[in-house]
Design a protein around this ligand. Sequence first.
Ligand SMILES: Cc1cc2nc3c(=O)[nH]c(=O)nc-3n(C[C@H](O)[C@H](O)[C@H](O)COP(=O)(O)OP(=O)(O)OC[C@H]3O[C@@H](n4cnc5c(N)ncnc54)[C@H](O)[C@@H]3O)c2cc1C
Length: 409
Amino acid sequence: MSFEPSEKVKKLLGRVAEFMDAYVYPAEAVFEEQLAAAKNRYKYPPIMVELRARAKAEGLWNFALPERLSGLGLSLSEFAPISELLQRSELGAEACNCYPGTIGNILLLDSFAGEDVKQQFMWPMIEGKIRSCISITEADVPSSDPTQLKFPIRRDGGDYVLTGKKVWATASLQEECELLLVFGVTDPNAERHARHSLVAVPRSAPGVSFGRIETVFGYDHAPYVHNELFFDNVRVPSSNIIGKEGAGFAMIQHGLGFSRIQLGMHSIGSAERAVALMCQWCDERIIGGKPLSDRGVVLDAIARSRIEIDQARQMLLKTAYIVETHGTKAARSEIAQCKVLAPNMALAVLDRAIQFHGGAGVSQHTPLAAMWAYQRVVRIGEGADEVHRETVAKLELSRQREARAKAAG
Ligand SMILES: Cc1cc2nc3c(=O)[nH]c(=O)nc-3n(C[C@H](O)[C@H](O)[C@H](O)COP(=O)(O)OP(=O)(O)OC[C@H]3O[C@@H](n4cnc5c(N)ncnc54)[C@H](O)[C@@H]3O)c2cc1C
């Protein structure tokens, strides 16, 4: 296992760094201004349209998709440093069509969708013409356990019919979103892991409507807001099923290894930005006649942050290595460990950076508060900390039991 990026990745990293410096960081304030002035907050503001067009034209696009899907074909460990760099800004991944949900949905369609669904939705997603939403969560069901979800998807002749409500359907309200991947029950009598299916629903289908928008510590995350989604006798052809009937649970687990590792890289990117801002601020802020960075408490905070970021990065790279060499199943404990470790690390680092910025740290004048709010969500989405700790503990117990049994002969 090497920590040295390949020549190809080094070159790409240089180009991504230039793109971030020249276009993405300067776009952050413009993005906020354009959204604040927009009549419709639920579509890309012009600056994001520009960023995406530039990234695509420069070939900084779809890094993690295989070449047969017009991607750059990077492996997970090759993509890791690039994904981390993109996430130093909240705009980076979206600009390069590399938002975790986008990559995850494209890979899901590639593996399991029929040809019509691929032509209608997957290829336009790859080209960046449309966006998608995956809608799993329900209001009255603990959605950490998807086997409990109740939303009905009824078979009626050659169609599926959907009626009910989903919540937290990120990006479904966005004008560029054309595909809703909806998770629901097709056979309530089946074994609990075989009850659910996933179907592709055009966002424009008659009977689809949108409800209340949820905020995250007051942020609405426009244009990709999180909202209720209503289905009133929405009818789609049975060919819109993704994979086989009853395979919904297995399919949503399929891509989670990748997206959990990518979320970890995002946590590291946010933490790196926080340290950079903390160091600059503490060098420039003169208090009591000397810079903040001369004080022991600040040195301690910077050192802790560097140690924790580097630990998390090594854990993520090790996990990516196991996934690539032995498969996702072999890395189950490590993926769960990363999912807990990375956002908690980022939250600690962000909190220190916020603290030393004083009032500026909690304001809109730095990206720190928004990054903290985003990282806080990562401790809940795609499996809460407790769920992943349980996985780590159960795997550890069984490993220890096997070792004892082997030693006892
Ligand atoms: C900003 C944001 C965006 C989102 N985007 C989407 C989206 O695009 N699509 C979508 O479908 N959903 C989305 N979600 C929903 C998200 O996936 C769910 O909130 C998450 O799965 C948790 O489900 P829940 O809220 O029902 O919490 P519950 O399942 O009720 O869990 C509540 C808490 O119980 C504890 N807990 C749960 N299980 C265990 C356990 N086994 N052991 C110990 N403690 C446990 C944890 O502390 C957990 O946080 C989003 C959520 C947020 C906040």
